[in-house]
Design a protein around this ligand. Structure first.
Ligand code: ATP
Length: 491
């Protein structure tokens, strides 16, 4: 597995992710997505939206605002319960989440070895004196304060007058925007249960211990679905909510696999009773084997009717569905698949990273799924001194870029250009050479063909430039390279 340092360095060097406000020394836990990062991010969001919202007849979309009525957060329980217990070090002032202390390695000045300094793995004891950690894990000297509850919501003031009435919050999850619009969507779109609402948007949490690159940040983006089911119905002999919960778990796992995540790097973690949120009947996390170890990639919760009932109570508006068959009003149960865009991006990046040896040289390649790769195609002129080659390459770039993300590069020799594209995961390179345009001095006619190089096999085929858009389109839609190659003839 690739290390986090290698990924952070690749991301900065190749324009995926930069430290926010870097020229001012950076700001804790905020990251900016560079030219390639934003393409990757947009593509992850686009395929998620297409697969889970656009293509499903039982799904609809929504884009709710980040700032909402403050009572939303009272009703949802966030004002009272969205807290983490934290402790502070009295010496170095570092702050820790109590529930993460056991998972943190700790610094120890061992009395049995004249105070020598050791870093002891998470949860372990000193092998010399046998002591377990009681002091600050970072400085190894300070006592920790008793735990205090810390609310993770960002407070903000709305409007020009600084008064209490105007206090609201940056949303800590996109979910509540969906719940408060449940009736609007139901009435305007005339849906029958079960149906779901999907939303992609920013969320903000004042995390006590952000870190691990883009894994845990204070500003992040979520792709969430609230799937409403009739709790009085059964499907295949099971309560509808339990049936649909399993279906969503399968669909989410299959989605990550479909876009290239290796099965071995995915697993399911069922929340034990004491881990479950107060509103949840069952929660399963999809975990990924990140460079920092197995950690949550997304959560899939059965939130029951908790949220709709709470909002009905606080707003005084009925948030129910009329079941025609049973002639009764019901409050739907909700299955919530909730994924982080940034964590998904980190997982796709880590999973795609490979170091290979090619003819005695190291090749770094990001084996992104073709639909996720930041650039779908790179167009490379073989000789940048030849005007006709450069002109043809530009014309190809212009044509392909109507539908695809295309890069043009002529700043190095071809071998180098290929390596550069491998390192950022571009699945196909198109090369324009002398044969494409011909050489009138030597009396060689143009063959009108270009070379397509496949990132993974590094094989090359030649196809007519006129057919290029079609061939690249087929490849990106999933036609196997071998099939396309068989129809084109290898070069
Ligand atoms: P964690 O236990 O890691 O704090 P959580 O269980 O609080 O996460 P949820 O509230 O279930 O997270 O949020 C759903 C998803 O949103 C997570 O699975 C994750 O992908 C993403 N997410 C949550 N918090 C953050 C964060 N601080 N930075 C980046 N992504 C996040």
């Amino acid at each position: 597995m690739v290390s986090m340092e290698t990924l952070v360095s690749l991301c900065k060097r190749r324009g995926f992710v930069f430290q926010s406000s870097e020229i001012y020394g950076g700001i804790g836990s905020s990251w900016d997505y560079g030219p390639l990062g934003v393409e990757l991010r947009n593509k992850i969001k686009r395929v998620w939206w297409r697969d889970f919202v656009q293509r499903r007849p039982d799904m609809l979309g929504l884009d709710a605002s980040i700032l909402m009525h403050p009572t939303v957060w009272k009703a949802s329980g966030h004002v009272d319960n969205f807290t983490d217990p934290m402790v502070d070090c009295r010496e170095c002032r570092h702050r820790f989440r109590v529930d993460q202390l056991a998972e943190t390695p700790w610094v120890h000045y061992c009395p049995a070895t004249k105070g020598n300094k050791f870093t002891i793995p998470a949860g372990g004891a000193c092998s010399h004196c046998g002591a377990a950690r009681t002091l600050c894990p970072d400085c190894g000297k300070g006592e920790l304060t008793p735990p205090r509850q810390f609310n993770l919501m960002f407070k903000t003031l709305m409007g020009p007058v600084e008064e209490d009435a105007a206090v609201t919050y940056l949303r800590p999850e996109t979910a509540q925007g969906i719940f408060v619009n449940f009736d609007n969507v139901l009435q305007s779109m005339r849906r029958k249960l079960p149906f779901g609402i999907g939303q992609i948007g920013k969320a903000f949490r004042n995390e006590i211990t952000p870190g691990n690159f883009i894994f845990r940040t204070r500003e992040f983006e979520q792709m969430e679905i609230e799937y409403f089911v009739n709790p009085h119905e059964t499907v295949e002999g099971r309560p509808a909510d339990e049936y649909w919960h399993d279906r969503w778990i399968e669909d989410c796992l299959a989605w990550f696999r479909r876009y290239g995540i290796q099965s071995d790097n995915l697993r399911l973690h069922e929340h034990a009773r004491d881990e479950l949120a107060h509103y949840a009947k069952r929660t399963a996390d999809v975990q990924y084997r990140f460079p920092i170890g197995w950690s949550e990639l997304m959560g899939i919760a059965n939130r029951t009717d908790f949220d709709l009932k709470q909002h009905a109570k606080f707003s005084g508006k009925a948030l129910t569905y009329f079941d025609e068959e049973r002639k009764e009003h019901v409050v739907p149960y909700v299955i919530e698949p909730s994924a982080g865009v940034d964590r998904a991006l980190l997982a796709f990046l880590a999973d795609a990273y490979r170091e290979e040896e090619v003819r005695g040289e190291k090749r770094v390649v990001l084996r992104f799924h073709p639909e996720l790769a930041p650039a779908s195609v790179a167009v490379l002129p073989l000789l940048k001194k030849r005007d006709d080659i450069v002109r043809t390459a530009h014309a190809i770039r212009d044509e392909l870029s109507r539908d695809l993300t295309v890069v043009y590069d002529d700043t190095a020799a071809i071998g180098r250009l290929y390596r550069r594209q491998d390192e950022v995961g571009t699945p196909y390179c198109v090369t324009v050479d002398v044969q494409t345009v011909g050489d009138s001095d030597k009396g060689e006619p143009a063959d009108g063909k270009v070379t397509i190089r496949d990132r993974d096999s590094m094989e090359q085929i030649r196809v007519e430039a006129a057919r290029l858009a079609q061939v690249i389109g087929d490849l990106l839609r999933g036609t196997a390279w071998a099939e396309v190659a068989a129809g084109a003839g290898r070069s």
